[in-house]
Design a protein around this ligand. Sequence first.
Ligand code: 23J
Ligand code: MN
Length: 259
Amino acid sequence: MSSLLAQLVSALNDGSLKIVDLSQPLGPDTPVISLPPPFANSPGVTIETISRFDDGGPAWYWNVLSFGEHTGTHFDAPGHWISGRDLPDNKCDSIPPGRFVGPACVIDVSVEVGEDPDFLLTPAGIEEWESKFGRIPAGAWVLLRTDWSHRTGNDEFLNVEDDGPHSPGFSPEASRLLAHDRDVTGVGVETVGTDAGQAGGFDPPFSNHNIMHGAGKLGLASLCNLDQLPPVGAVVFAAPLKIVDGSGSPLRVLAIVEE
Ligand code: 23J
Ligand code: MN
């Protein structure tokens, strides 16, 4: 009888378990959220070479990176938001690492979003999903599949119009249901942030950030490849950089799925 971890290793080796990369490339073309005045904005990604097999380093290549914490595929800590500001263990360096790993519940609203880029998941949508796939367990990563990651280029991805950005997300009631009644670990989305594009005008503003982080829950933004995950059964690993007092971090998000 082999140990659980030995079984895991052999299942990865024989292909019966597979790793799916839920992360976007991080580089100068990575789209960054743009907030309206008077709010301060995050810069884009820059990568500056220190040396590349040249006089500065004849046998080595390395770079200096510059970007905001909330750039590309990234993690939102509870301390990112004012509602989670005073919670214990609420930053990248203090969240217990056991929270980074959990079962995925993938809610597919890609058809609805194809018809309405402002589509919001509601409690009725969550309960309909649960009637097919079972109750969302405490500690789940709830991943909103919208196929938004199929959009290419900054303009299509951010989808900003005269009245602000248009992209899907969660209704305030859906965020409350997931945070309070289901006790999820957090939510993950394919869009630039875990709030819908129009959520600056919701009550409360940026309702998903406000409600999730106020309840100590985590966020993942700019995910991809959610269309390669089953509705239930995958396990997600989402561990941010251990930035001292960090509000968030780009990260590599991986899922383990059964073939
Ligand atoms: C700051 C202000 C508003 C928002 C955000 C950041 C994010 O989406 C983020 O990356 O956390 S909506
Ligand atoms: Mn963020």
